[in-house]
Structures are given as C-alpha cells and as structure tokens.
Design a protein around this ligand. Structure first.
Ligand code: IPM
Ligand code: MG
Length: 352
C-alpha cells in the first residue's frame, strides 16, 4: 500500500503528523510512505510548487495523503509558481475529476453551527464536486484592450463527457445513500450550465431508482442554510462546488472537520486511486503553534482507507474514534475548545 505523503504548507505538517500517528496505530501490514514537498515548501526547496520528484511520487503511489498548501509570502509570485498550483496540478495530472465532500453534523456540535440547532441537526449530505474543468482550467489571463484598459478573463466550459462522468459519480453516490440527487447549476444564465443540465437529465435514464432535482446555485446557497436536511447528494461544477462546500462546512460547525476525497478512474489492486485532503487551507495565522485541529486530516485518512484501500472497517473505526473524541469534549479552538493538535491526535489514537 504505497501512500504519497504531501504535508505542504502552514498547518499541513502538524496535522499530517497526527494523521500518520493514527495510521501507525492501525498497524496495517504493507504500508509504505513516500514523502514529497509541495506548495510554498516545494517552491522554496525545489523552485516549483509541484516539483517533478513530488509528482513522480504521487504518480507511483496507490493514494495521496495531502495536507494543505498556501503561503502568503508567495502571493506576489507568478500564478504558475504559487502554492495552489500544487493541488491544481495534482488534480489535473492524476485526472482526479470527482471530489467527494461529505458534510455531516457530529452529535453534540449543534450549538457550534452557524445555524439553529434544530436545523443543523438535519445535515447529512455529500457534495460531489467536478474537479478537472470549469473556469479553473479554462484559458485565462489579464490582457490589455486597444484603449489601454486591462481585462481579466477566465474561460468557463464543460464538454458533455466531463459532465457525464461526474454525473455518474453523483448518481452512484446517491444510490449508496438516500437515492436523491440534486444537480446545482446556473442554467438560467450560463450556456455551460444548460449543457450540464441536459447531460445530467440524459444520464438519469440509467438510474431510475434515483430521484433527480435541479437547483440554481444562488438558490442552493440559500437552501443550504434554510433547510439543509433536504439535500442528500449534490452534484455540481468546480467553482460552485468550491463555494458551496465551504458554506456546508460552516453549517456543521467548523471547516476543521471536513474531509475530502478526489478520485479518478485509475484502479489499483486495492481500490480507486485518490487524493485525500481536508477542505480547509494552510491557516498561516496559526501555523507552527500546535493549535490546529487535525480532525479533518484524520477523517481524510479514513476516506483514503475506504476508497483507495477497501478498508471499510478501519475507516469506520477512525471515524468513530474522532466522533468519540468530540463526544468526550476534546475540541480544538475552532470548536470553542482548548485542545491542541497533538492532544487531539493522541486522544483519537487512544480511542482507536
Ligand atoms: C479547495 C481549495 C482549492 C480550490 C484552492 C486551494 C486551489 O479552495 O480545495 O476547495 O479552489 O479548489
Ligand atoms: Mg475551497
């Protein structure tokens, strides 16, 4: 079981240390770790946020465990050298087009949600975000028009194959959950979204057991805070999924709790090759202080065990240990508690 470990910037290394301690405690046979530099760390050590040696490690691995990238000291660099290019580059190079972002409220955290407890309690949804297309990867730039005005542009597009493959992931995920899929788009304004909607409707014919609905993204943002319990699986494009998943994280109390899996079509002898990362960033303001909540990273490890290594039992054990840690009142600052990174990690290991 070859795992590429890319801790990255800011709090990345601190939270990764705890996730690796949890992995170690599971004592799975045949685990091989290969560490690589990414993000601002990659740039400083090798001159690139995704150095070729790191990309090679990720390509050779069965799964990638990813911390976080982002470093304000790199903000002035040209875009292709900025830390974020590491994660964007990996998503693209490994064709990880399906991003699974579950948002479920842990019992006892109702009061930490930005929503009223009785509304927060209903949240149990999965956002399936497309990850290889949209404005993220279209032609982009800042150009000067004839009259001297500068104009920024990012080309938005989806071709039907891109939509179809993510739609299939959404429908299959719905089949494994509450059998309801909500496709989020902006078809009242965007042609890209019109094609998206048409293709999702065509794909639905193969999934008669799944109830399909459509929602404009502005309404979805509203419904997510008004009545989040109405959602089971949400499938959406790259940009809308980026925004809605951060919003969903606040509905469950903290972005420090949300894990994600990015999957493609590559099958290894163990499962689907994927990249696993918390949805939060590198949090430079608290980096190096031992304060960061490692739970999203640990929950990302659980997703890796499930999707890339077929280890459902171990994944469930890790998730249960995190839930028990929270239920026992051991919480990081993001949840209004005072437990530090190492303390939370040790508490999870103890409960395993
Ligand atoms: C995320 C992040 C990334 C994204 C950034 C770091 C490029 O916000 O994974 O949600 O926009 O996809
Ligand atoms: Mg984001």
């Amino acid at each position: 079981m070859k795992i590429a470990v890319l801790a990255g910037d800011g709090i990345g290394p601190e939270i990764m240390e705890q996730a690796l301690a949890v992995l170690d405690a599971l004592a799975l046979p045949g685990v091989e770790l290969a560490h690589g530099d990414v993000g601002g760390t990659g740039y400083r050590k090798h001159g690139h946020p995704l150095p070729p040696e790191t990309l090679a490690i990720a390509k050779a691995a069965d799964a990638v465990l990813f911390g976080a990238v982002g470093d304000p000291s790199c903000d002035a660099l040209e875009r292709h050298l900025r830390p974020e290019q590491a994660i964007l580059g990996l998503r693209q190079a490994l064709t990880l087009f399906a991003n699974l972002r579950p948002a479920t409220l842990f019992p006892g955290l109702e009061d930490l949600s930005g929503l009223r407890p009785e509304i927060a309690r209903e949240i149990d949804l999965l956002i399936v975000r497309e990850l290889n297309g949209d404005v993220y990867f279209g032609e982009k730039g800042i150009r000067t028009l004839e009259d001297g005005r500068r104009q920024g542009f990012d080309f938005m597009s989806y071709d039907e194959n891109e939509v179809r493959r993510i739609a299939h992931v959404g429908f299959k995920a719905a089949q494994g959950r509450g059998k309801r899929l909500c496709s989020v788009d902006k078809a009242n304004v965007l042609e890209t979204s019109q094609l998206w909607r048409d293709v999702v409707i065509e794909t639905a014919k193969e999934y008669p057991d799944v109830e399909l609905t459509h929602m404009y993204v502005d309404n979805a943002a509203m419904q997510l805070v008004k009545a989040p319990g109405q959602f089971d699986v949400v499938v959406t494009g790259n940009l809308f999924g980026d925004i809605l998943s951060d919003q969903a994280s606040m509905c469950v109390g903290s972005i420090g709790l949300l894990a994600s899996a990015s999957l493609g079509e590559t099958q290894t002898q163990y499962g689907t090759k994927g990249l696993y990362e918390p949805i939060h960033g590198s949090a430079p303001d608290i980096a190096g202080q031992g304060k960061a909540n490692p739970m999203a990273m640990v929950l990302s490890l659980a997703m890796m065990l499930r999707h890339s290594f077929g280890r459902e039992a171990e994944a469930a054990r890790v998730e249960a240990a995190v839930a028990k840690t929270l239920a026992d009142g051991i919480k990081g600052g993001d949840l209004g508690g005072s437990a530090g990174t190492a303390e939370i990690g040790a508490a999870i290991v103890e409960r395993l």
